[in-house]
Design a binder for this molecule. Structure first.
Ligand code: SF4
Length: 241
């Protein structure tokens, strides 16, 4: 059992988690990180509702599935494993949807290359996100306005909730969107630990670059890391944020 603290406004959350001590593939920590993320989101929801706010996000509303979703290496590897387990027909259909998404984004002047976001300055990143919103292109995992990988959807998706009217998410801007505060966002931490450790660079790319990134990374050795070390690295990164 590992105990830790997370700062939230003026409050400090005391929490604990059962963390594997043995070396594991770093993406194997994601189920634990997801359960922590869900707990943080739930805490954020309770605080928002206690302040009279209401979360506008509802099943079937998928405006945010046409926005830029930053993907980390660990999430990409896990989703890649999921794709590899799907029947061949499903994989082919998914590949076609990724190609269609990339075509539509390219037609709107958007680069979805897997290495693209890494090189962007903050201001360029903002402009890229705005251009992406304007293009309003479906995420390749979106089917009938629902996420087809809901259980393993990226942290950026899990941790995005708003208290502003849902229709404002069609053309979101800092003036029209109120994001629900969350004590800690894994979406902001995972890119900094592409192999489970800090100090090994940053990997973040737009979700439609997923298949290209996986193809590029195929065969790369990724030594297992003790779960406790991965966990402490994530907590350390939270503290730095
Ligand atoms: S992964 Fe799922 S939740 Fe995230 S943008 Fe795509 S369809 Fe929406």
């Amino acid at each position: 059992m590992v105990e830790f603290e997370v700062q939230f406004g003026d409050s400090v959350l005391d929490a604990s988690a059962v963390v594997p001590e043995d070396p594991i593939p770093a993406q194997a920590m994601l189920p634990l990180f997801r359960s922590m993320s869900d707990a943080f989101v739930e805490f954020g929801r309770q605080v928002a509702e206690a302040e009279g706010e209401t979360i506008s996000c509802r099943e079937g509303c998928a405006h945010c599935c046409r926005q830029l979703v930053p993907m980390s290496a660990l999430e990409a590897l896990e989703i890649g494993d999921w794709i590899a387990q799907q029947p061949a027909g499903e994989q082919a259909a998914l590949k076609a949807r990724f190609e269609e998404t990339a075509r539509k984004l390219a037609a709107n002047g958007l680069n979805t290359d897997a290495g693209y976001m890494n090189g962007l300055e903050q201001q360029q990143l903002r402009a890229y996100a705005e251009q992406y919103i304007a293009a309003y292109v479906d995420c390749p995992f979106l089917r009938n306005e629902r996420c087809s990988i809901y259980e393993i959807r990226p942290m950026a998706c899990r941790e995005y909730l708003v208290t502003s009217p849902a229709e404002n998410c069609r053309r979101p801007s800092p003036e029209t969107i109120r994001r629900m505060p969350v004590p800690a966002r894994f979406g902001a931490v995972l890119p900094w630990m592409p192999n489970g450790r800090l100090g090994e660079g940053v990997v973040v790319f737009p979700l439609p670059g997923l298949l290209d990134w996986l193809a590029r990374e195929r065969g790369r050795a990724r030594p297992p890391v003790p779960g406790t070390e991965i966990f402490e690295n994530a907590i350390e990164k939270f503290r730095q944020k």
